[in-house]
Design a protein around this ligand. Structure first.
Ligand code: NAP
Length: 251
């Protein structure tokens, strides 16, 4: 079934089902006439990864998704660039020594570059942002913003987890931020009616609201921000940008 010249790439996670990455890379390989395949690698525990990599000699690289972006770090031989500061890895390059067969895993974070590269031009003038959520995506976004000289404040549902809780948000705090990023899964399909508990009445036409969710294309957060006159963007461009950045790292 599988030709022995096929180079394998994959997505490592716990429960994957339909994944964007698989479709994206299949299309890419087909358009480029590459003898390569992209597979879902579902593992119940991250500890099983070492064995999977050893048993899959043509695996050249993989993406990492929930819940392993941080848990994978102790299994890596090197953690590079943005990933080191963010503390989360979404792309791994597998390097094999032809002489002794030793395997070296190098971890990267392309969510950061995916987000940074898809901000609008006016971002060059921004100074402050509010980032909703405190997970891996929020960390990548905060790092990207800091590298651009934009100071992020994270907003959490839990006291002590972020810089602020939703209850701390005042007109002055929201008014100071030019950018509000939804880096939570609230509103993602199938829970499309959900919205982070953000005081949306404090949003106005000066705000740019970026939702990292791409399904649905317009989230409840975007819809409500739009009715307040804000500019809005979903996570689709970022999704493509981070996948293309992974491809560049593997090659
Ligand atoms: P995560 O770790 O599951 O969640 C991030 C944070 O969101 C949590 O730590 C939590 O923070 C908050 N949260 C969770 N459920 C919530 C709810 N119902 N209401 C309000 N806040 C909630 O997810 P992640 O990996 O960081 O990803 C976050 C989102 O970004 C997901 O929708 C993911 O699909 C998306 N994403 C998109 C791209 C892209 O390329 N477009 C890339 C990466 C991630 P607190 O408990 O502190 O409130």
């Amino acid at each position: 079934m599988e030709k022995n010249v096929t180079t394998l790439y994959g997505l490592v996670g716990r429960r994957l089902g339909h994944s964007f990455s698989r479709g994206f890379f299949h299309e890419k390989f087909s358009a480029m006439h590459l003898p390569a395949d992209y597979i879902n690698i579902e593992i119940p525990e991250i500890g099983e990864l070492t064995d999977v990599v050893a048993r899959t000699p043509n695996l050249a690289g993989f993406n990492v998704t929930v819940p392993y972006k941080e848990a994978i770090i102790p299994l890596l031989d090197a953690i590079e660039g943005d990933a080191r500061e963010i503390g989360a890895v979404n792309t791994v390059k597998v390097e094999r020594n032809d002489h002794d067969g030793a395997i070296r895993l190098r971890g990267f974070n392309t969510d950061c570059e995916g987000f940074r590269s898809t901000l609008p031009r006016q971002a060059a003038e921004w100074t402050a942002a509010l980032v909703l959520g405190t997970g891996g995506a929020a960390k990548a976004v905060c790092h990207a913003l800091r590298t651009m000289g934009i100071e992020p404040l994270t907003v959490s549902r839990r006291q002590g987890c972020g810089d602020l809780t939703y209850g701390d948000l005042t007109e002055a705090i929201v008014g100071k931020a030019q950018l509000i990023v939804n880096a939570t899964p609230a509103g993602m399909w199938p829970d499309v009616g959900e919205c982070p508990p953000f005081p949306l009445w404090l949003i106005d036409s000066r705000h740019f609201c970026y939702d990292l969710i791409y399904n649905p294309a317009e989230t409840e957060f975007m819809r409500r921000a739009c009715t307040r006159g804000a500019s809005v963007k979903n996570g689709l461009d970022m999704l493509y940008a981070q996948a293309n950045a992974s491809w560049l790292l593997w090659n």
